[in-house]
Unconditional design. Sequence first.
Length: 498
Amino acid sequence: MKKEEKKAAPVLTIDELATFCKRKGFVYPSGEIYGGLAGFWDFGPNGVEMKNNLKREWWMFHVYGRDDMTGIDGAIITNPKVWEASGHVASFSDILVICKKCKKPNKIDKHELGKARCPDCGGEFDSSSAREFKSMFRTDVGTEGFAYLRPETAQLIFVDFKAVQNDARMKLPFGIAQVGKAFRNEIAPRDFLFRCREFEQMEIEYFIDPKENCPYEIGESEILVYSADLQERSKEPVKMKFKDAFKKGIIKTDWHAYWLEQEFLWFTNLGAKAENFRIRQHMKDEKSHYALDTWDLEYNFPFGWKELQGMANRADFDLKQHEKFSKTSMSITKDNGEKVLPNVVCEPSQGVERAFLVFMCAAYDYDKKRENVVLHLHPKLAPVKAAIFPIVKDDKMIKLSEEIYKDLRREWNVLYDDSGSVGRRYSRNDEIGTPYCITVDTDSDKGKDVTIRERDTTKQIRVKVADLKNVLRGLLSGETKFEKAGKLVETRVKEGKA
Ligand code: ATP
């Protein structure tokens, strides 16, 4: 049998990705030794690093990188009246339906009643089985009674709105961001991390004076636009610039076009491929009654185009509701003395787990030549930034490697590895996405230099130990090109199997 036939590149399915994530310490089914619990996941040693990197990058881009944004970290359990005012107690629910063919329970949205089919077997749903299923988890609080686990982070932003605006001295237009856990009692968790019962959200409420236009420029990026009109007429999405979709009146406000583009850019700047994204407008029967316009940023997952991020124009619905229920004014006074109840012109609402899946799907690549998976994660997202190895177990080399390792770990998550062949160590690191491997060899002691190998190209450069931190800083931030960071050298080690 020929080598190529023996080792065909596997086609990535969501189940294979889940298996890979478990094998490589990214994500485990929660409580697996007891059989797990559907919709709950634990992030392992590599997963927690990548997830933290992802959240930090989101905060850098959306909060630190802007003048008009501040943040909060609200409680998971709050006064249940918050959820009465927001409308969740009355209407945060799905429709539970049972498939006639495979008998599995499934969730559908209200507008899908009579239209949707079973995602597992394609069977028809038994319409007589349809019933409302409340999606908020309840828990007990001391002797006070029950409360809910928050189903979204957004409401805490509205409830704290006045205090935050005052304390951070924010002037319209401005946004408040939050990253944190959310819980939904999903009827049918599915597709690995895509639909969980416990997950995290990265959300922004962006407040404006409704009279104000967007002062920010909308760029030149293009995306597939799937308007409500195209969906109604069963047409395909059309590629166009975000700014043109606004000019043509497809996206209703400049604000919405601007934020949709920003969210798309956040993903593509971190390595996700532009062609796997589209924006889809909610149809009339799908949109919440209070929303003026809603768009989802969708991604072409291995199981099809699905919502990655929801972005609704919620107008003044939430602040008005909290004013009504709490009898606290939510208006703010502008510099000119005018009182205004701000409008939420858009609410970019992103699930951390769905973003994690996007970056994993985008990075995963079975490299036929190397005969192992290479995870092409952006260095900013990679769980381990560099691995340091002595080329053989020689005392001098071990000593220098350990010194380098101890020095680098003050700044980054790095690892030291001296087990197995160097080829195997490269492969192990390729599989978890480590962008750079640093090897100490026989010449290192004399020349006070080491070799850095780049994950994606396997090219190698020689760099002085004294310059290593600076070089790595430049490489990880993307400011320095690999070939420019040191002297290119011949690859000495044969690329091997993990
Ligand atoms: P879906 O239609 O897929 O149930 P949704 O419209 O209810 O999603 P939103 O309420 O708009 O979702 O939530 C905002 C974001 O939070 C979603 O775009 C998604 O990224 C994330 N999210 C929502 N529900 C889940 C879940 N069960 N598991 C993982 N992420 C979720």
